[in-house]
Every structure is written in structure tokens, then in C-alpha cells.
Design a protein around this ligand. Structure first.
Ligand code: MOS
Length: 719
């Protein structure tokens, strides 16, 4: 069964209602089982040893001292670790991250060179300091601007696009503005340290691993070891945060499987906080260039947006920095292009709104500059260039779009018209006050998802899917969809997630899971009702369900929601839209920026749960404030020999937005159910972060008259 467009069902109070998380009581009482909590308690402990050089070859791993230390059971390195295949076929990545210990090459600082397995963590950590590694050292290339870095102009992310004739569009412009932007590297910092525990039973592998995508980790492990997929089981029912760092099958997961295989006992590997900075991805820095041409009335005639991002040596993480630019505005002549340069950095990965977060900052800052240049209100400038159809998809109509309403309502909420638009005009004592805004057109992303719905003899229901809940409320929204469609109380629905042995799912990522799983769930419910001889649209209720199940234990049905085909549908699948408005205060003497207000107005289609959707936007906005002002993974690029060593790989020096940095955040939802899918939902996971940096940067310009084209916007840039 596949997704076909149907009119969204009328919504009942169950869908959309801000019910509290069904897993909330488990979480606040500490009863919830994170992946590592489920793993065998008698597992040995593995501690990874990272390379202390940035590029080169390991000539010898001398483990003799480590092996003689108390409690040590084994030391693995490229000398003796099991050989596995790098997952390419099964992997959802173009190329999955390399399993460790397969060759002696060091590709970045911190690349794993050994794993010490001991009885306790303390013993393993101690012995890890006794592993002596010799290297042949090569000179690394770690600077994105280093001309020696191999540049790749092919287009693995499908980012590049040409529309019309850029030169002609620029010639038609009355005003052209052009600017360079730089965004710094950021690191995902979920509170929960990533952990993987492996246990082999003959040729069958059972893993408990921190991941946003159990199905994919199982696929990749099966391919790596050349064992049947059904012999691999990956469990991760709950996660202590991910923000994208759990999307790829990272090397530490393979390390646990190798160690357990070698010692014939379960082994758990837990990353340290510094290892989280090099082991589970990071948001790559960018260098961007934007050129905008417009007529005096604000009509865009040309948009050019180019970007360079780093990728690691022998790894791929295609990131589309220009997707928002391509579809954001009605402009006939456009060129968008992303190049990658290969550096000796740890493999990047997704970090909330990957690509979009960086690209939106450049585009929406440049638009603010254009508005100033033209003397047109920045909100008005965006409205004048509204993409009524999707210019990036043959001008097909959107499946839903309420960006205009987002902009209007956001301006109203922040009091946009009450500000004095002149830069540096709103001083209050030593505080410079400023307002800024940005728009977001987030990309659409949906992958196939299969869900099983079980109706039991007593009329209650269960839902099974391998998908996992990163804490955003997946258990809750699936419960709501089932309760709504079956006419059950919320308490009569059990949702089982986070286990690769259940029907396969896409990642909890890309703002795509809520759409995929809610639609698959709705389809499976319709199927089971049909199988029960009930009207698929009738929401029969518990008694009727029990009656239809009759004497059987249960009746179940599976359904898959596929990606829709835009051409067949005659419309362009829409992601979320949003408008962000910021009010900041900048200390005129110190350059300190405080965010006083931040308004987000979001069109995410049908809101499944007002509370969890709002929480998504609030969380994304907090990340956006960090992106704008604080977060920066700093290396030794600017002092002495460049090693790419991260100098702030811990929570003390990696600055993130905390309560004191965040005002009460204002969130409103506008728009209605999307036309594309049965439930009418569009993902809301990432749109909250996007646009925050540009809105704050534009507010900083309004406050100070200083245009900062760099993230994070630190005080030194304002002095
Ligand atoms: Mo998100 S970066 O798709 O987990």
C-alpha cells in the first residue's frame, strides 16, 4: 500500500491536542530505558584510543603495557581487529563512515587507532593511556581556505542548480549587492554520551546503540559482517538527544561489535565528551558568496548563492547549503552551487537543519542588505518576491504554503511597525536596541516508512515500528493518530518503537519522521479496519473493535507510506515555512548581544500535538540562538602549526545557549493541513532553528549599524 493524496480527514480533538508526552512519566521518574540501560550489565568496557596526529600512518600499536595492566582483556588495533566490509550498499549514506581498524591510515586527529577492553571503565581508561602508538606523520590540510585542499565540484547533495540566465538577470537589475559569508563549525552536543553494546550469539548480532535510525544501523552491520539482516537486531527505544549526530552508523558502533566478537563476551563502548566532538559528526563550517540583483521596486531579478563546505578524507557528507535559496523566492535567473573540499577533519554529519542553517543565514542576511540598499521594508521585500509556486520544481503549486501569513503575524507579534527602521537609532542608555527578521522555506523530506497496527481481542491497539523517538514526541503523536482513527482513548494505545526487528522506518531526522510515520500509521489503521470488515473512516471505538476481532487474539495489518511523486500529483511537496523576528540589545561598550525577544511563526501543516510541536520550535530556537551568538568548534588554525586539534572539545568551553541566554520564546502556528498526505502533516523538527541566526544578525545590524557576515556573532566583531 502506498501514499496517495486524499483530502485530509477532519481533525478531531485528539489530533492537534497538546496532550502530555505518553512517555513523560517514565522519563521524569527515571524509569525509561535508554539503549545502554537495556544492554547486558556484565558487559566488558571498551575505551577508544584516538590518534594524536592529524594525518599519517600508524607504524606500530604496542599494546604490551596495556595488556599487562589490571583488568585488561584485549586491545584491538589494525594489527588484529576483525575485518569487516565498509557498508555502502545497505547504507543510506552514499558511503557510510569507515569502520575502524581496517587499515593503518590516520585521516584526522582523534581517528581511532586502538580499543582497550577491560573489566571496568576505570581499568580500560587507565590502560588506554598505556597504549603506545608510533606513526609516520604527514602534513595535514585542515583549513577550508587552503589552496592545497582538493576541491570537488561534483554535486553529491544535488545542491547545484541553474535557472534562466544569471548574467541577464544581473543586467536587468537596478541594484546589485554582493557579499561573502563565513559560518563556523558547530558540534552536536546531546547530553547523553553515545554508547554501543554488542553481544554475539553465534553468527547473530544484538546491539544496543545510540542512534536516530535503528533500521539503518542494522542494515549497515549486516553488510559489514556479511550476515543476514534478520540476524542483526539494533535497539534504541530512547535517546538523550541527537540533533542529527545519531543519523550515521559511526565507527564506535562497529568497534563494539568487533570487540565483542574478539573476546566472545558482550562489550560496551561509551564515548567521552571530547570523543563526541570527533566521533559522531558536526555541522561543517561554510564559506559562502551571495549576489542579489533587484529592481527599484524590490523585485528580484537574479540570485546567485555559492558555498564551499569541508568533507573528511575518504568520507562523504553531502550537505545542501542552498536548498532554501533555490525554492525560497520567485526569481527567474538563479545559480546555486556547492563545492566540497577534502580536509583532514573528522567526518561531518548532520546537525539540526543541516545545510539550511548555514545557507539561510547568508541568503536572509543578504536580503536584509538589499532591503536597506533599496529603502524597502525587509518584510515587504520578502512578500514582494513570494514564490507562489515552487520555482525549483517546474513551478508546480505547493502542497501547502502559508509563509505570507507567517510574515504578517510575526511582524504583528513583535511590533515591527513600531520600530524606527534607521540603523543605530534606538539607543536606550548604553544599550543599542534592534529588530531583525528572516524567512524560512524548509525543504521537504520523506522516506518510506512501514508501520504495523495490531488490534487486540479487548479492542485496544498496539503500533509497531523500528523508528525511534529522539525525545521529540514520536510515541505521543503516533498514539494520537491511532486513537483518532480507531476512536480509542489515548490510554488504550500502546506504541512500540526503537527496535530494528520491527517494520522498517526512516531516520528520526530531516524533519521527516512525523510525516512518514503518521501517514504510515493512518494507512495501516485503514488497512486493519478494512481487514476487520469495518469502515476505514469510521473510528469505530473500542467495543466495535473488540466485536470485530471476535474470538481471535488480535488482528494486525502493515502499511507503507512512500515518497510521493510530485509530477504524478501535479504539486510540489512542501516542507515547513516560517518567519523569525528578533529583538536584541547590544551593549554599546562591550559588544555583548542579548536576545530580548524571539518570535517564531510556523506553517507546519496539521499540528499533531500543540505541546510537542511548540517544544520542537522552542528547542530549535535555542539551538538557533547558540548558532547565532555562541556555538563554535574552535581549532588551532590561527596559531602556530595547523593540526586541526579542537581546543574546546568539552562543555566548559564549547558555548551553548543556556537559560540566561534565552528569553521567553514566542511561538505560533499558522496555515492548515497539507494537501499531500492523509494526515496533512509537515515536519517541524528543523524549521525552528533556521532563520534565527539571520534574524538576530539583522537585528544586530539594526541596533549597531554593523553588518556581521560571520557566525557566531561574537562581541569582538562589534567593537
Ligand atoms: Mo536532524 S539534523 O535531521 O536529526
Amino acid at each position: 500500500m502506498t501514499t496517495t493524496p486524499t483530502a485530509p480527514a477532519s481533525t478531531t480533538p485528539v489530533i492537534g491536542a497538546g496532550i502530555t508526552r505518553v512517555d513523560g512519566p517514565l522519563k521524569v521518574t527515571g524509569a525509561v530505558s535508554y539503549a545502554d540501560d537495556l544492554a547486558p550489565r556484565d558487559a566488558l568496557v571498551g575505551v577508544l584510543v584516538g590518534a594524536t596526529i592529524t594525518s599519517g600512518t600508524v607504524t606500530l600499536v604496542d599494546a604490551s603495557d596495556a595488556l599487562a595492566a589490571p583488568g585488561v582483556v584485549a586491545v584491538l588495533s589494525h594489527h588484529d581487529a576483525p575485518s569487516v566490509v565498509r557498508p555502502n550498499e545497505a547504507s543510506a549514506d552514499d558511503r557510510a563512515p569507515r569502520p575502524p581498524f581496517q587499515d593503518p591510515v590516520v585521516r584526522f586527529r582523534g581517528d581511532y587507532v586502538a580499543l582497550v577492553v577491560a573489566q571496568t571503565r576505570e581499568e580500560a581508561e587507565h590502560a588506554a593511556t598505556l597504549v603506545h602508538v608510533s606513526y609516520d606523520v604527514d602534513e595535514p590540510v585542515v583549513d577550508i581556505n587552503d589552496p592545497r585542499a582538493p576541491r570537488e565540484t561534483d554535486d553529491p547533495a544535488g545542491a547545484d542548480s541553474v535557472r534562466g540566465d544569471l548574467a541577464r538577470g544581473l543586467a536587468e537589475a537596478d541594484v546589485v549587492i554582493e557579499a561573502d559569508f563565513v559560518t563556523g563549525d558547530n558540534t552536536n552536543n546531546p547530553l547523553g554520551l553515545f554508547a554501543a553494546c554488542a553481544e554475539w550469539d553465534g553468527e547473530a548480532l544484538h546491539m544496543w546503540a545510540t542512534t536516530q535510525w535503528p533500521s539503518n544501523v542494522a542494515d549497515c552491520l549486516a553488510e559489514a559482517w556479511g550476515i543476514p539482516r534478520e540476524d542483526v537486531r539494533v535497539e534504541c527505544p530512547y535517546l538523550g538527544g541527537g540533533f542529527g549526530s545519531g543519523l550515521r552508523p559511526w565507527p564506535y558502533i562497529h568497534a563494539a561489535a568487533m570487540a565483542a566478537r574478539t573476546v566472545g563476551r558482550p562489550v560496551r563502548v561509551v564515548l567521552s565528551r571530547p570523543q563526541m566532538f570527533t566521533g559522531v559528526g558536526h555541522r561543517p563550517e561554510t564559506v559562502q558568496h551571495v549576489r542579489l540583483g533587484a529592481r527599484r521596486d524590490g523585485t528580484l531579478t537574479a540570485v546567485e548563492h555559492t558555498a564551499t563546505i569541508p568533507v573528511a578524507v575518504d568520507d562523504d557528507n553531502p550537505e545542501n547549503v542552498v536548498s532554501g535559496t533555490r525554492q525560497g523566492y520567485a526569481v527567474e535567473h538563479l545559480r546555486a552551487d556547492v563545492d566540497q573540499v577534502r580536509l583532514h577533519v573528522s567526518p561531518p554529519g548532520s546537525m539540526r537543519a543541516p545545510g539550511e542553517a548555514q545557507g539561510n543565514f547568508a541568503l536572509e542576511t543578504a536580503l536584509d542588505e538589499l532591503a536597506v540598499e533599496l529603502g524597502i521594508d525587509p518584510v515587504e521585500l520578502r512578500m514582494r518576491n513570494e514564490a507562489v509556486t515552487n520555482p525549483d520544481q517546474g513551478d508546480l503549486p505547493w502542497s501547502s504554503k502559508a509563509l505570507d501569513e507567517c510574515l504578517r503575524r510575526g511582524a504583528e507579534l513583535i511590533g515591527w511597525d513600531e520600530r524606527d527602521p534607521a540603523p543605530r537609532s534606538m539607543r536606550e542608555g548604553d544599550q543599542l536596541v534592534g529588530y531583525g527578521m528572516a524567512a524560512v522555506s524548509f525543504f521537504y523530506f520523506q522516506q518510506p516508512c512501514t508501520v504495523r497496527v495490531v488490534v487486540r481481542r479487548d479492542g485496544t491497539a498496539a503500533v509497531h515500528c523500528a523508528a525511534m523517538d529522539i525525545g521529540t514526541g514520536t510515541y505521543t503523536i503516533v498514539t494520537q493518530v491511532v486513537a483518532d482513527r480507531l476512536g480509542l482513548e489515548v490510554g488504550d494505545v500502546e506504541v512500540v518503537l526503537g527496535d530494528s526487528s520491527l517494520p522498517p522506518s526512516p531516520p528520526a531526522g530531516g524533519s521527516g519522521l512525523a510525516t512518514a510515520i503518521s501517514n504510515a500509521t493512518a494507512l495501516a489503521v485503514a488497512q486493519v479496519l478494512d481487514d476487520l470488515g469495518l469502515d476505514p473512516r469510521a473510528a469505530p471505538g473500542r467495543d466495535a473493535l473488540a466485536g470485530a476481532v471476535g474470538g481471535r487474539d488480535d488482528v494486525s495489518a502493515e502499511a507503507t507510506a512512500d515518497q510521493p511523486d510530485p509530477d504524478q500529483l501535479g504539486m510540489s511537496p512542501s516542507g515547513a515555512f516560517g518567519a523569525k523576528f528578533a529583538k536584541v540589545r547590544v551593549d554599546a561598550d562591550l559588544g555583548l548581544v542579548r536576545v530580548e525577544r524571539l518570535v517564531s511563526v510556523i506553517d507546519c501543516g496539521q499540528v499533531l500535538n500543540e505541546r510537542t510541536a511548540r517544544s520542537q520550535v522552542v528547542g530549535g530556537t535555542v539551538g538557533g540562538i547558540g548558532h547565532a551568538l555562541l556555538e563554535h568548534t574552535v581549532t588551532d588554525l590561527h596559531a602556530g602549526p595547523q593540526t586541526g586539534r579542537i581546543t574546546n572539545a568539552h562543555l566548559a568551553d564549547y558555548l551553548m545557549a543556556v537559560n540566561a541566554d534565552v528569553p521567553d520564546l514566542e511561538v505560533e502556528f499558522v496555515g492548515g493541513p497539507d494537501r499531500l498526505n492523509p494526515v496533512g502533516v509537515k515536519g517541524v523538527g528543523e524549521v525552528g532553528l533556521c532563520g534565527v541566526a539571520a534574524a538576530i544578525g539583522n537585528a544586530v545590524f539594526h541596533a549597531t549599524g554593523r553588518r556581521v557576515r560571520r557566525l557566531p556573532i561574537t562581541p569582538d566583531l562589534l567593537l
